[in-house]
Design a protein around this ligand. Structure first.
Ligand code: GCB
Length: 624
């Protein structure tokens, strides 16, 4: 079975279903094409979340640390009444009441952190899991409180003092639950139920090539803000002149006419505005002479936003990103993206990336590789990654886990994917490093999929007209001729394509005679290529799993890819080996995908140096 067929067969719920969808499509194509422009209402979490931006820049009460936990494969704690864990009841000494749980007597686990790598018995656990802790709090009159969760994989519910605050679906995006009415003076209890069960109608769906780390995998905090506060803003440089900062500030709960100021002290820029009926202030600041952000000079400015009692600060770079024909222009100049894919897999220790040390190690390796760009696969990563990329001058492709075949025929699945895009964009649109929003990876080419993802592309363009939209597409053809002509390409600004010539197909030398036919006059990025190697395993160039074989794939790939005139970037798969339950070859994979240029224990493989040489000598892809 070819690689494409393998992905498609994984993906398809069944051939009959595909046929049915196709027949329906023929009947519905015209009306569907018309509604394809309309974004659906954002759903799948309740209540519609207030999304605070730049929470990492606010002074918050951190709820990181030790939480009591109960493993609950039967969801029995949801039972309500005497068995409802959200009530977080503890019996006084001598009580004869029947209670069949006790958080206080339960063991503890660290937040942030997936549960799988913290307790040996939980390595492969997927299901319901309860977290509980106490915190001291003094509510302030005229203020609101939110529990802010960096990420909870995959579905979660949050209670404070027994009151359900919100539910959320989606394992890699930040969300907030309002706790203003639930918090009290003194000791408070917070209980969070996280369910990592994979579901067919989820995003992602049942099967992925990465381990499904469950739990509160990122920071948790309590954020206190004034009654009326800055919940959102967006600032960017205009593409036409690169001398105006445009955008808006939104003040939640503001009366029309509420004053707002925006300051960039170093650039001596100041704006006085007042909110309109929607709580928004339009920003238009003449900003001649700004030092533009770029990988060579990742200049960040201190930005201060004020409204009433609320002050929000940020560190932001200003740059433009656009395409012209098949070129990608950064600040108006053609650029070639020398990159690598990264999973949010923690180096040396396994588990999810969630601290500055993990981020420094991964992005330090990216720099050492001579790269200026990363593809953060296959879902939004911890905000520390994009903050560090801003500081280090690393351009970023950011992605939602619309991976292989989600249930494209379902409207609720579309709404889930849209919610994740919305949360991702809202969190990271203050980051100059992020230039590409990817809407999907390796999806089957059929009309239902194309309609779904065309809507996604339109939605992203509408939410963020300042960046580029991409996706990692499959290619078709045989080992002589390959076609990049997936019709989804029409909806994208930049075409990403994955191919594994030399690994899933042929030998490394097969690449020498492949001819590429590209249907689009748009920039191309090879979003994946590569092959597996066990660090420290040596052999001949044709010995599979040896470092030599992997290095040979890279050599032939580099020569092949350089023949594609419009190749503007590359992110081989992948920087570091990562845990995957579909990679079980004993002695070699042992539960890890071994396509890393570096092992999970930090050993650099021979291919790392092949790619490093190509990047350092500017020998892969062309800016124009
Ligand atoms: C792919 C997927 C990626 C896999 C990789 C592989 O095409 O996008 O998630 O891990 O191939 O190793 O096969």
């Amino acid at each position: 079975m070819s690689r494409t067929e393998r992905v498609l067969s994984n993906a398809a719920a069944g051939a009959a279903m595909v046929l049915l969808v196709y027949l329906l499509w023929i009947g519905l194509a015209v009306p569907y094409a018309l509604i394809a422009q309309q974004p659906a209402a954002i759903a799948s979490s309740t209540p519609a979340p207030t999304l605070l931006v730049a929470v990492d820049q606010r002074t918050v009460l951190s709820l990181n640390g030790d939480w009591h936990y109960i493993v609950d494969p039967y969801d029995s704690g949801l039972g309500g009444g005497r068995s409802g864990y959200p009530m977080d009841e503890e019996l006084p000494a001598g009580s004869n009441k029947l209670l069949e749980y006790s958080f206080a007597k339960s063991p503890t686990i660290k937040v942030p952190g997936d549960w799988n790598t913290q307790k040996e018995s939980l390595l492969y656990y997927e299901g319901g899991f309860w977290y509980e802790r106490h915190f001291q709090y003094q509510p302030q009159a005229g203020h609101r409180a939110f529990v802010d969760i960096g990420a909870a994989n995959y579905r979660s519910r949050v209670w404070v003092n027994g009151q359900l605050l919100c539910t959320h679906e989606g394992g890699f995006t930040q969300f907030d639950c309002e706790a203003t009415k639930a918090v009290k003076a003194g000791e408070n209890s917070v209980v969070i139920f996280v369910d990592s069960t994979r579901i067919a109608d989820g995003v992602p769906t049942l099967k992925t090539d990465w381990w499904n780390y469950g739990g509160l995998t990122r920071d948790v905090s309590l954020v206190t803000v004034p009654q009326s506060f800055i919940d959102d803003f967006e600032l960017h440089l205009d593409r036409a002149t690169r001398s105006v900062i445009e955008g808006f500030v939104h003040v939640e709960g503001a009366q029309p006419g509420t004053p707002v100021t925006v300051d960039l002290p170093e650039a001596k820029l100041h704006l006085d505005g007042v909110t309109d009926a929607a709580g928004r202030v339009a920003v238009n600041l003449s900003a001649r002479g700004l030092t533009l952000w770029s990988p060579e000079n990742p200049k960040l400015y201190h930005v201060v936003l004020k409204s009433g009692d609320d002050t929000l600060t940020d560190e932001m770079g200003f740059r433009t990103i656009e395409t012209s024909g098949s070129r990608i222009l950064l600040n108006g100049n053609p650029i070639v993206l020398h990159g690598v894919c990264i999973h949010a897999e923690a180096p040396y220790r396994s588990g999810r990336v969630n601290n500055d040390k993990d981020v420094a190690t991964l992005l330090g390796w990216v720099k050492e590789l001579g790269a200026n760009y990363v593809r953060l696969a296959h879902y939004p990563h911890d905000q520390r990654m994009t903050r560090a990329a801003d500081r280090m001058g690393i351009l970023v492709w950011s992605e939602v886990p619309v991976y292989w075949a989600v249930e494209f025929e379902r409207e609720d699945v579309f709404a889930k994917s849209q919610q994740q895009l919305h949360e991702e964009i809202r969190r990271d649109r203050d980051k100059a490093s992020v230039i590409l929003w990817s809407i999907a990876n390796e999806t089957p080419n059929n009309p239902t999929r194309t309609a779904f993802l065309t809507r996604s592309a339109n939605f992203v363009h509408q939410e963020d007209p300042t960046r580029l939209v991409t996706a990692a597409l499959l290619v078709r053809g045989d080992s002589k001729t390959k076609y990049i002509d997936d019709p989804l390409g029409n909806a994208l600004d930049v075409i990403g394509f994955n191919e594994y010539v030399g690994w899933y197909e042929g030998t490394p030398e097969t690449a020498d005679s492949v001819e590429w036919k590209v249907a689009f006059d748009k920039p191309l990025i090879t979003s994946e290529f590569g092959g597996g190697a066990k660090a420290g395993m040596h052999g001949a160039n044709d010995t599979r799993w040896s470092e030599e074989y992997q290095a040979e794939i890279y050599r032939h790939q580099i020569a092949m890819l350089n023949k594609i005139p419009q190749l503007r970037g590359t992110t081989p798969w992948i920087l570091m080996d990562f845990r995957s339950p579909v990679r079980e070859l004993p002695g070699i994979q042992d539960g890890y995908n071994r396509k890393g240029l570096i092992s999970d224990q930090g050993q650099k493989k021979a291919a790392f140096y092949v790619l490093q040489k190509a990047y350092k000598e500017n020998g892969l892809g062309h800016a124009e």
